[in-house]
Each structure stands twice: as C-alpha cells, then as structure tokens.
Design a binder for this molecule. Structure first.
Ligand code: GH3
Ligand code: MG
Length: 433
C-alpha cells in the first residue's frame, strides 16, 4: 500500500458491528425509524418504550450500543433522568422529540448530547439514518487534537470521542507532527492557531508537505484575532480544509467534523471507483499505468530487474456463447482470484480489459518470471471453474517480457507480441519476447 491514508475509505465503507437503541412511546414512529435504519444501513435496532426497558437493553448489549435515539417524555422518566442516565454512562445520545421549545433545546444541547432532532420535520427520518451512519463510520476513524489549552483540548477530545472517534492529543505542534507520523491511519486533525513553538499555520504547512487535503482533513481553530489578516483565511490558504472560531457550540463542531470526514470518504470512494475494475476487484488499466510507470522508474533508478506479462483467456468467447454472459463473468472472477492469490504482494496485477490481464513483476529475471508464469498457467489449467451444473475448463496464454526497454510501453508491446505468438502456437502456453 503506497499510502496508508488510502485505507480509510475501505475501512469506513464497512459499518462496524453495533446496534442502535431507540426509545419512543409511539410505536408507529419507532417502526418507521427502526426499519429505515435496519433496511438502509443494515444496523440492528432495539426498541424500548420506557427507561426501565431501555436499561435492560443497555445491560444486555453494553458496548455494542452505537447510539441511543430517545424521546424526552417517557412513562417512567422525565427529561433530566433520561439525559442523565445516558450521559452519565457516556453512551452517545440523540434526543428525538415532537415538541420544539427553544429553552429545552438549549438546555439539552448544553449537555454532552449529540443532537436534538425534531420529529415533525418530514426529513427527520432521513436525518436520523444519516446520523446513525455517521456515528457508525466515525468508529473506524482516528482524530488528533493539537491545542496547548488543557480546557479546549479536553473539550474537543471528549466531544470527538462522543461522536465515535478514537482521539489522540498533543499540546504543541512538534508533538502533534510526531503523532501524525506515528499514526498513518489518522483522518482528521483539529489544530489551534497559537501554540508554543511552531504555530498552527506552520503545523498545517508541514502536514501538507506530506499528506494531501483529500487524504487527511485539517480544521484550524482559534480565539485570537491577527494583524496578518483573518486567521480563517491564513489557515485555509496554508492547506487547512476548514476553520472554526472559538468559542463554538458543540453542534457546530459536529457539523464541521462530519462534513469534512464525509468529503474524505466521498473522494476515497470516487478514487476507488476510478481505479478498480468492478467485476473482478482488480486494478483497472488506468490505475495499472499510473502505478506501473512509477515502479518502472523507481526500479530502473536502483538497477533492479523487472518483468511484465500480458495474459489472455483462451477461447473465452466460446464460454459466453455456450454458457451465457453470466458464466463468462464467473470465469473472469475465478481467474482473477487465482491470479491475485498466486502472485507476491509486490507484484502489480490488473484487468486490462475484456479477458486480458497484465502483471508487473519487480525483481524477477527472465527465468524466474517464466517459472512463475508457468506455475500460474498450470494452476489455471488444473482448476475447474463451475457455474451452476456446468464445469468450465479454462486455459490462459501468456506473453512475457523481461528485457528492460527504454519504456514500460516498450516492454508491454513486446509482451503483447509474445502473447500473440503464444496464441498462434496453439494457446495454453507461455512465450517470451
Ligand atoms: P482467443 O483465444 O484468441 O483469445 O479467443 P477469445 O474467444 O478468448 O477472444 P475474443 O477476443 O474473440 O473474445 C473475447 C470475448 O470476451 C468477446 C467479449 O464479448 C467477451 N468479453 C469482454 N468483456 C467481457 C466481460 O466483462 N464479461 C463477459 N462475460 N464477456 C466479456
Ligand atoms: Mg481471449
């Protein structure tokens, strides 16, 4: 993996185990919300209609509870005891209520509660589903708070924990940069402006020297005014993704954080779609060229050998014609799995298009590369791919080039010509350029 920040999207795309506890004395609303969460997110919801029954569920599920969605008026508890019960146990709570009352809202949001959501808003169910998904995904993410104020570092850290993040803290810029280096899984940094030693702006510049804005989000924070112009602009021009003025309401922090990590996830998911073949999960041609070109140059500059192979399934059209396109797809998936499983971690494999695959083997001379290709060809020939009742025999032809040319393109052309000769000579064989 070239950059561990790349991993975040894949990790966050999976919902972590966990369930939602929904406490509401309206059965109709509880059914709508719980089925929306279960159907759209695949997250289980346990429903309670009183604090007593909620307590039993808390005892039963313990740490597995991701989030509690609760009304304020329960048959056996008032607002204060509902909020106290969950905040005291540090269980993330979202208050869901039918009545808008400004004073109640302010009173609730002054406590360590994630949100105050009004039921009567027609989009409230969608919002709750989004909120549950956000908190669930946050549980796979790590955030770092860099602030010399114990108060703010503690406050931001505890809010981020409430939102599901694993949290690291640093009291100055150098310590923060060390933590970033040691924790490549980080997704978010919240950085104060005035710090002892290097400033928040310098911290952001140094972060951006290594990590792009679409891999690691940085939010600047500050209570100060600066003679050098607005601090928000200084932060953003230096590479921060966003800025928050201190003091801020927790609600504001939550929105900014959610928006920024969601941007990272969206970009990561687009990047994944742009570089991966959806059928086989292998790299696509574009991604192969991007990565292989860098490898080609790096290996060359270190005088290390490399080989490239072009591979093509034999008489694949007959599979489609005889058993249907779905069966052809199953063969492509089967061959891709075999390929991925038989190569070394360092080998770069891609689906080039149709039933054609390409592999770059670093550090292999001709005889070793040939041996690996023979093993692979043999493995494919001896594996039976089944589709329904049909057993599909599959063979593959391989063209290999291990003679380092001036360019990667030159090597691929040679490998392709060798593949053509392998086909002409009867298929199911390896030919060397
Ligand atoms: P050869 O041994 O000479 O390579 O013959 P072949 O039949 O394998 O090659 P040909 O180029 O004649 O046919 C390849 C077929 O692969 C034609 C195309 O419809 C099919 N194909 C391309 N992409 C896909 C796909 O994603 N799924 C399926 N099922 N078929 C595909
Ligand atoms: Mg073919």
């Amino acid at each position: 993996m070239q950059n561990s920040f790349q991993d975040n999207a894949a990790r966050t795309a999976m919902a972590l185990p966990g369930r939602v506890l929904l406490i509401d004395n309206s059965r109709a609303y509880a059914t709508i919300v719980s089925s929306a969460i279960a159907d759209r997110l695949g997250i289980e919801v346990s429903v309670a209609d009183s604090l007593a029954s909620a307590r039993q569920l808390v005892e039963q599920w313990g740490d597995q509870i991701l989030l509690v969605l609760s009304g304020l008026v329960l048959p056996d508890a008032d607002e204060a005891s509902v909020v106290h019960y969950f905040t005291h146990r540090r269980i993330p709570l979202v208050v869901v209520t039918g009545v808008f009352d400004h004073a109640t809202r302010e009173r609730i949001l002054a406590q360590p509660v994630i949100d105050y959501v009004l039921k009567d808003n027609p989009s409230s169910v969608d919002y709750l589903v989004w909120l549950v998904q956000r908190i669930s995904r946050n549980r796979a993410l790590t955030a770092l708070v860099i602030d010399d104020s114990n108060f703010y570092r503690g406050l931001i850290g505890s809010l981020l924990k409430l939102y599901g993040f694993a949290v690291l803290e640093a009291a100055d810029g150098e310590a923060g940069l060390e933590l970033i280096k040691a924790n490549p899984q980080l997704s978010l940094v919240i950085c104060d402006f005035e710090l002892p030693g290097i400033s928040g702006i310098q911290v952001v510049r140094r972060i951006r020297g290594k990590y792009a804005r679409d891999r690691l989000a940085v939010i600047g924070v500050s209570a100060s005014e600066s003679v050098r112009g607005p601090i928000s602009a200084q932060f953003i021009k230096s590479g921060a993704n966003d800025f928050l003025h201190k003091p801020f309401l927790p609600e504001e922090l939550f929105c900014r954080v959610a928006q920024n990590v969601e941007n990272l996830e969206n970009i990561a998911s687009l990047r994944h779609m742009a570089t991966t073949d959806p059928l086989t999960g292998l790299r696509n041609r574009r991604s192969f060229f991007d990565t292989a070109q860098r490898r080609f140059q790096a290996l060359g500059s270190q005088s290390r050998s490399l080989a490239v192979a072009m591979m093509d399934i034999d008489h694949f059209k007959k599979v489609n014609d005889g058993h249907g396109h779905d069966c052809g797809d199953a063969v492509l998936v089967g061959v891709s799995r075999l390929l991925a499983a038989s190569l070394r971690d360092d080998d770069l494999v891609a689906r080039f298009g149709g039933e054609e695959f390409c592999v770059l083997f670093p550090d292999l001379d001709e005889s070793k590369a040939r041996k690996i290709c023979e093993t692979l060809r043999n493995a494919i020939e001896s594996t039976t791919i089944t589709f329904g009742d049909a057993v599909i025999p599959v063979t593959i032809s391989i063209g290999l080039c291990s003679d380092r040319r001036d360019s990667l393109h030159g090597m691929l052309t040679q490998a392709d010509q060798a593949l053509y000769r392998a086909k002409a000579a009867g298929r199911n064989r390896v030919m060397t350029a």
